[in-house]
Design a protein around this ligand. Structure first.
Ligand code: ZN
Length: 82
């Protein structure tokens, strides 16, 4: 009979320090999209300008970034991003 030993290892997830978050936005009334930026305030400003010119007031917004998982007891040096 084969026996298996199962152990639980705690994991945590962290934002990757060597990458930037990418902010994007798009209007829900037309096809307008903001120029993506690493600064959310710049994308928000573009939405405000679009709303002022068009009276379109609803936008999708997204922030995309990298994260990495660290196992308890291992180095928390972030792996390279491809
Ligand atoms: Zn619009």
């Amino acid at each position: 009979m084969t026996r298996a030993i199962v152990r639980h290892v705690a994991h945590t997830i962290k934002p990757h320090p060597n990458t930037a978050v990418r902010y994007e936005a798009g209007c829900q009334r037309c096809a307008w999209t903001a120029v993506p930026s690493s600064e959310g305030a710049i994308v928000d400003e573009q939405c405000l300008v679009h709303a002022g010119r068009s009276n379109h007031r609803v936008f999708t917004r997204s922030a995309t970034g990298y994260a990495f998982v660290v196992r308890e007891g291992e180095s928390d040096a972030p792996p390279a991003v491809r």
